[in-house]
Design a binder for this molecule. Structure first.
Ligand code: IPD
Ligand code: CA
Ligand code: CA
Length: 254
């Protein structure tokens, strides 16, 4: 099945690369800055169709069709057609397609594809995490020696004060901070050691479901920022990192 999912996600990435941005329809969703283009919709519809051919009995949850209740004993695809829609709209070349296959609260497979760099991250539960077929591992850097990525929860600006005061603290305690515009890629960058810790105070399952498995399969640690086990049904806070940076984070944050 993984081969088929890889072929599907690469085709979806091709749709992103082929987009005619000058003539894209851009609509505002929940708040200013929360955008949907005709490409978000088209890629999601493509994924819904193709994934139904791979596993007809599976439910489908995608960002553009919204959260639904998952049946505990059923397979479910959790999909973000374009993670990094603002980046996509601005032609920033840092966005990804994300596909997770879940059963209950377990993620069985996760794929995140950045078409601009032709980078495909994937993992199957219990089988390690890979970037373009090469095994990847999280870093073993301490927070002090690390680069920290964070997301700004741009659709919930009530989180701004907490987000940026933590960014300030982590900036002082680490080497530097980054904000990329794609939570799925931030997590995959943690998985392959390009950054050492990531946090964001409001994410939906389609932003992190696939990449969360990629992080754990690469030896990383994840939790909600309340210190609870991550779930895949609703909006959440999230922190992820290589083990040393993750431990250092909790000493600062508690
Ligand atoms: C967003 C991106 C962004 C993160 C937001 C997400 P979208 O996803 O992952 O980096 O900060 O919280 O909603 O809307 O571009 O799919
Ligand atoms: Ca997203
Ligand atoms: Ca999206």
């Amino acid at each position: 099945m993984m081969e088929r999912l890889m072929a599907i996600i690469k085709k979806a990435g091709g749709m992103i690369l082929a987009a005619d941005l000058e003539h894209a329809d851009v609509e505002v969703k929940s708040t200013r800055g929360d955008l949907r283009t005709n490409y978000d919709t088209a890629v999601e519809e493509f994924l819904r169709r193709e994934l139904a051919l791979v596993l007809p009995e599976a439910q489908f949850i995608g960002e553009e069709s919204g959260l639904q209740k998952r049946e505990a004993d059923k397979y479910c695809f959790i999909v973000d057609p374009i993670d990094g829609t603002a980046n996509f709209t601005w032609d920033y070349h840092h966005s990804a397609v994300s596909i997770a296959l879940a059963k209950g609260e377990r993620i069985l497979a996760g794929l995140v594809y950045n078409p601009y760099l032709d980078e495909l991250f994937h993992a199957r539960a219990g089988e390690g995490a890979y970037l373009n077929g090469r095994l990847i591992q999280v870093s073993q850097r301490s927070l002090r020696d690390g680069l920290i990525c964070f997301g700004t929860s741009p659709y919930d600006k009530t989180k701004a004060a907490a987000t940026f005061s933590l960014a300030r603290l982590l900036y002082e305690k680490s080497l530097d901070v980054r904000r990329s515009g794609s939570a799925a890629l931030d997590l995959c960058y943690v998985a392959c050691g390009r950054c050492d810790l990531f946090y964001e105070m409001s994410l939906y399952p389609w932003d992190y479901a696939a990449a969360a498995l990629i992080v754990t399969e690469a030896g990383g640690m994840l939790a909600t920022m309340e210190g609870e086990e991550l779930r895949f049904s609703d909006r959440t806070t999230l922190v992820a990192g290589g083990p040393p940076a993750f431990r250092d984070f909790w000493e600062l944050y508690i």
